[in-house]
Write a protein that binds this ligand. Structure first.
Ligand code: GRF
Length: 220
């Protein structure tokens, strides 16, 4: 039985589109059953609909700081669609500890840095400011702390001396679109086990959880 996945978005939805594309493969262990946006103007909604995916808008703004009330609505939609796993893909809304606990081990996020470096906003600008030579993206399980939690998969890219936050973001985005589907495949195939703060892969670390730069910086 394929795992039923909900993708939560707030914006353009390019990671969402990569997940939808990957899940079209017959042997993919998960199906994208639902896309939910907390913003009616999210560009990703149109992309999801064009792929034939059911979409829902649950506006978070009217709830203001009442995160629990927003999450009650979200949870009932997830229940109604019998969702097993959640992928956050550019979803710009924090959750309560209760919601995070309810979905612990079943909710992934992607962040455009090699966590634990550069959590929070503008991670690409943070990376450039720190002068790192390598950056990338991380798929991790969601915990109460923002941009933290057991790391499932990472992909690295070179940082170029003439990079701007925009050029680095574009390079990282390419690797995001590779690691998110791969990470979901691992999770939905039951090959991932949480061991405290650590994420262990069945069969040990065979390199499945890492993509390192394979091309020269200029070529990416
Ligand atoms: C991505 O860079 C993702 O890592 C971050 O937000 C951005 C969303 O982009 N969490 P998209 O909506 O998937 O194109």
């Amino acid at each position: 039985m394929k795992r039923r996945v909900a993708i939560l978005i707030s914006g353009r939805g390019s990671n969402m589109a990569a997940l939808i594309q990957a899940a079209m493969a017959a042997d993919f262990p998960a199906e994208i059953a639902l896309v939910i946006s907390n913003r009616a103007d999210a560009a990703g909604l149109g992309k999801a609909r064009a792929s034939g995916i059911t979409t829902l808008v649950i506006e978070s703004k009217p709830f203001g700081g009442d995160r629990a009330a927003f999450e009650a609505l979200l949870q009932s939609a997830l229940d109604e669609h019998r969702i097993d796993l959640i992928c956050l893909a550019g979803f710009m809304r924090l959750f309560t500890a209760e919601f995070v606990q309810r979905w612990y081990g079943k909710m992934l996020n992607i962040h455009p840095s090699l966590l634990p470096s550069f959590p929070g906003l503008d991670p690409q600008a943070q990376a450039l400011k720190a002068g790192v030579r390598i950056s990338g993206a991380t798929v991790h399980f969601v915990i109460a702390q923002t941009d933290a939690g057991p790391i499932l998969m990472q992909g690295a890219v070179p940082v170029c001396s003439d990079d701007t936050p925009q050029t680095l973001a574009a390079r990282i985005l390419q690797i995001e679109h590779r690691i998110y589907p791969d990470a979901l495949r691992l999770l939905a195939s039951d090959k991932v086990h949480l061991d405290g703060d650590m994420c262990r892969l069945e069969g040990g670390d065979s390199g499945d959880a890492l993509i390192s730069p394979a091309v020269s910086p200029k070529g990416t």
